[in-house]
Design a protein around this ligand. Structure first.
Ligand SMILES: [Zn+2]
Length: 116
């Protein structure tokens, strides 16, 4: 084996040792799909399991957190819509001269902030 061949062989062996990302990914094909091992090279080892950058625990956690924040925002917007009629009722009472507008508003807000 010449020097070049040896280098090539060594590279081949190294490539073979490069761990692949062990994440299973789902490929959709029309109405069905199949799962296969992620084709990217492993970049990060999480507790002995290799993951590519996209599937690394750090990145997955970061994306999950981002999704969570988006969900929280949507949930907050939905709660505002649900509570809208109640707030409207409170405003009507204030407009009609409720004796303690501040207390009424505080109660409505506490209910909104405390409730799920
Ligand atoms: Zn991957």
């Amino acid at each position: 084996m010449g020097i070049l061949d040896e280098a090539k062989y060594q590279k081949f062996m190294d490539d073979d040792k490069t761990p692949r990302c062990q994440e299973r990914v789902w490929h959709t094909m029309g109405n069905w799909g199949q799962s296969a091992q992620c084709c990217r090279a492993g970049k990060a080892e999480d507790d002995g399991v290799w993951h590519c950058k996209q599937h690394s625990n750090v990145e997955v956690r970061r994306r999950r957190k981002k999704k969570g924040e988006k969900y929280d925002k949507e949930w907050a917007a939905m709660r505002l819509r649900i509570h809208g009629p109640h707030f409207h009722g409170v405003l009507e009472q204030i407009a009609n001269g409720h004796n303690d507008a501040r207390e009424l508003a505080r109660e409505a807000l506490d209910e909104f902030n405390g409730g799920g």
